[in-house]
Design a protein around this ligand. Structure first.
Ligand code: 5AD
Ligand code: SF4
Length: 479
């Protein structure tokens, strides 16, 4: 998964025209959010965005370290960037090259050694220092900034400006929690993103209100372990994610809420109650289990059994019967036998996933899993992944087919690939195509699903419910 984040605007176009930044984002949604916040911070320093890397005075790679392949991609990209920098230098243009994200955090100085083209390396906890770091690089320093800052970066990062948000569309990410204390034995996150930190309630509510006022109708709360989020509500009362969702649902115009990624151990009663009571909370839950064998779950330090996971899903389904499940799976964790793998297939059959991500185990340096002796051969991992993905794919297809003929609410998001069409998002996160007569971008409309394609659904309009509440707020001049 790679995406270019190119915020369209700065408040000062003349300064923006002078310098350009190109940000390439790898990995998870949290990186997508971070890239936007970095671009915002640089906009206030006069950097405008560009979609063309060859025009960029500053190139930032926001990287992912979760699996080996993801990390290696960065080095091949840096090879290409070195040539680009040389080309630009021939024209007398300087290019600053930065590596941010989890590879930056994990490898630090090593990146400068392997790729001398890099000028700055900055870890996720210090993005608020980026403008200052760029200034220092320009005066000839090479900088590695990977200390875990004591100050709260969110306090220092400029709030996304309304104009920028408006250009970005009607759905947005909002990071509420970062880092992880769970230490699953395969995972680098506790090392790259550090200990679990929750953002304060007031900060989150203010950001959500700003998003709503600029036309955002769907917000996805992000965290590596989002359901471990906790904060202090008014009167000093301890809040969990469930309570926060109840509060965010009160914001006029915010009609859809989601959160990702969750750990089964942190699904508490209030969060399940939020699924039962909040129509704004979309009936779709990404709840990774990783494996179906208790022996492997234990070796992974997941701290729950397969049965506990299944019973949890039963409770969630009682609360919200139309909930669709999504998950992550790893095949070939050290010591995984054919029988263990069959347990993974069994849990998949029992749950029935609407969507899922599955990976071959990739030993990550510094994690306990990488030290285990019984590593599973690559061909075995490949063959198991193939079987698992066939099953998951079949389930995804069956879920999409089950919607044909039904009427669903669609948030219209953007123009479709073909003229005259719009693409929206179903409550279950599927792209849905509809004729543009269905409504305006930002409307939530009723559509009837007519066909399930391989990656999207097709639909016809039924009725329109315009974004009245949101329009009032946006025009209310909150800025
Ligand atoms: N190897 C393979 N997959 C991994 N994941 C995390 N670490 C590894 C690893 N070392 C997967 C998990 C996690 C998702 C984000 O990436 O399934 O939920
Ligand atoms: Fe990694 Fe486990 Fe934490 Fe998820 S819960 S980020 S898999 S250590």
């Amino acid at each position: 998964m790679e995406q270019n984040v190119t915020p369209e605007i700065t408040e000062n176009p003349s300064r923006a025209a002078a310098k350009k930044v190109f940000v390439k984002t790898y990995g998870c949604q949290m990186n997508v959010y971070d890239s936007q916040r970095m671009a915002d911070a640089l906009a206030s320093e006069g950097y405008g965005p560009t979609e063309h890397i060859e025009d960029a005075d500053l190139v930032l790679l926001n990287t992912c370290h979760i699996r080996e392949k993801a990390a290696e991609k960065v080095y091949s990209e840096l090879g290409r960037i070195r040539l680009l920098k040389e080309e630009r230098a021939k024209k007398g243009w300087n290019t600053v090259i930065g590596v941010a994200g989890c590879v930056a955090q994990a490898e630090g100085q090593e990146i400068l050694r392997r790729a001398p083209v890099v000028d700055l390396v900055i870890g996720p906890q210090t993005y608020h220092r980026l403008p200052d770091v760029v200034q220092r690089v320009k005066s000839g320093e090479k900088i590695v900034e990977t200390e875990h800052a004591i100050e709260d970066k969110f306090e220092y990062l400029p709030a996304p400006q309304a104009t920028i948000v408006r250009k970005r569309g009607v759905t947005a990410f909002l990071t509420v929690q970062e880092g992880c204390d769970k230490f699953c034995t395969f995972c680098v996150v506790p090392y790259t993103r550090g200990a679990e930190v929750s953002r304060a309630v007031a900060q989150i509510v203010a950001e959500a209100e700003r998003l709503a006022a600029s036309g955002v109708r769907e917000v996805t709360l992000l965290g590596q372990n989002v359901n471990a989020w906790h904060g202090e509500g008014p009167g000093g009362i301890e809040w969990g994610l469930g309570r926060l969702l109840f509060r965010l649902a009160e914001i006029p115009g915010l009609d859809r809420l989601r959160y990702t990624t969750s750990h089964p151990r942190d699904m508490d009663d209030e969060l399940i109650a939020a699924h039962r009571d909040l129509p704004e909370l979309m009936p779709y839950l990404h709840l990774p289990v990783q494996a179906g064998s208790n022996r492997i779950l234990k070796a992974m330090n997941r701290r729950h059994t397969a049965d506990e996971y299944l019973r949890l899903i039963d409770r969630i389904r009682v609360a919200r019967p139309d909930i669709a499940m999504s998950g992550d799976f790893i095949v070939g964790f050290p010591g995984e036998t054919e029988e263990d793998f069959e347990d993974t297939m069994r849990i998949v059959r029992e749950v029935g996933y609407a969507q899922a991500f599955s990976f071959k185990y990739s030993p990550r340096p510094g994690t306990p899993g990488a030290e285990l002796s019984e590593q599973v051969p690559e061909e075995v991992k490949g063959e198991r992944l193939h079987r698992l993905q066939a099953l998951l794919h079949e389930q995804q297809r069956a879920f999409a087919e089950s919607l044909v003929g039904s009427t669903i609410e669609l948030l219209l998001e953007k123009p479709g690939r073909q003229s005259g069409q719009l693409v929206g998002r179903s409550p279950w996160l599927q792209p849905v195509i509809v004729d543009e007569s269905a409504g305006e971008i930002g409307d939530i409309v009723d559509v009837r699903i007519t066909k399930a394609g391989s990656n999207s659904l097709f639909s016809e309009p039924v009725s329109v419910r315009p974004a009245a509440a949101q329009a009032t707020l946006a025009e209310g001049g909150r800025f």
